[in-house]
Design a binder for this molecule. Structure first.
Ligand SMILES: [Zn+2]
Length: 66
């Protein structure tokens, strides 16, 4: 009897320093603009553009919504 089992561990640990995607503030045109850029980058599978948009959104949130 073979005891080969395919195990799937569902939990995926995010490495420290990796933040979840920042959320745009509803009603803010700048947030909406960046979020739209990010959605397009995601649709294109452009991971570096996605993270670029996240950086812009984080910076904008700190500057404007803090
Ligand atoms: Zn905003």
């Amino acid at each position: 009897m073979t005891t080969t089992q395919t195990r799937q561990d569902g939990a995926v640990d995010l490495p420290h320093g990796m933040q979840p995607d920042p959320n745009p503030v509803p009603g803010c045109v700048s947030c909406d603009h960046i979020a739209t850029d990010r959605d397009r980058a995601k649709a294109n599978g452009d991971a570096s553009a996605v993270s670029d948009c996240n950086v812009r959104l984080n910076r904008h949130s700190r500057d404007v919504h803090a």
